[in-house]
Design a protein around this ligand. Sequence first.
Ligand SMILES: *Cc1c(COP(=O)(O)O)cnc(C)c1O
Length: 377
Amino acid sequence: MSPDFLPFTRPSIDESTIQAVSEVLRSGWITSGPKVREFEAALSKRYGGRPVRVLNSASAALELALRLCRIGPGDDVLTTPLSWVGTANAILAVGATPVFVDADPATRNIDLDRLEAAVTQKTRAVIPVDLAGLPVDRDRLYSFAGRHGLRVIEDAAQSMGANWKGREIGCSGDLVAISFQANKNLTTAEGGCLVVNTEDEASLLEKLRLQGVTRFADGGMEVDVLGGKSNLTDIAAVMGLLQLPGLDRLNERRRALAKRYFERWDEELGCELPPADFEQSNWHMFQPLLPLDRMTIGRGEFIDRMKAKKIGVGVHYPAMHLFALYRSLGFRQGQYPAAEKIGRSTVTLPLYPAMTDADVDRVCQAVSEVLHPVIAR
Ligand SMILES: *Cc1c(COP(=O)(O)O)cnc(C)c1O
């Protein structure tokens, strides 16, 4: 890739992290071990002492959270159609039924005004998603869940380091799933964690992540529940451990870059920008909506023309109820119009801590150059 190509994201891995990974590789213990325990302790400290267990992905965290809640066949789980498909796949994986609730056109997160109408006798839980790192309103969410006796499994895969009214996501609430996948604000290449409420939940989670096994001091073991294989390696854990102290600084840089996007953005283009929240969001992504109705080219062509200007553009995400798997379950076009419109027109522009202010200016300039000639007036 040419050196002046700007990808839509890029992980921030410093030399000390690379050094620490080499040390683990040389140590003779590379899978789950002391670094996993240290990383869990550091995360738990960050989240106000709540128990935290690391896993090989946030997908596993979501699925195991559902299993911790004993949610399965016959149960409904509310969620948004506008997320990485892993969110709803976790619901299918445990045999439960995803019930989508349309997105709020302003926040692009689950529409809290529509939750009430989606509840039935079968509803057991809600999985809200902090899309692009913008937190769902936790006050309204938990008052809704409390009224209906629902579990909340926060898909905070994208919102590590974000906060709701000054309180960091993960420090409160019910179960909170966070991702350390390569594109996320803190990364272990692949990985994730689940913040739980009690030591009982934590020890069940430990069993669920490793074949249901409990080991005893005398070398014996017992298996009393069916678990899978979702443990994190020490190679990955040490990456997270080394990045954790710098996360807030990296997120600050993302906020500053996002702010610059707003300052430099050409308003005449008629794109819809995300909420300008520089207090709570961790700015995992910067996503304008293209004014497709007024454009003479489609999103694919926009992406190609940006690429020709050496700028990477992503799509996160198409509304997932329109995927073939979900259509086969009965979901149809037109059911969630707000999510569908956002899913059709969203583009993810470059935003990551190593970008310079001039990089943001270059992206804004390129967007103007690509869009101006193709917008009908
Ligand atoms: C990345 C992501 C996931 C899945 O995380 P993995 O660690 O890749 O399994 C789930 N939900 C959302 C919203 C995500 O962005």
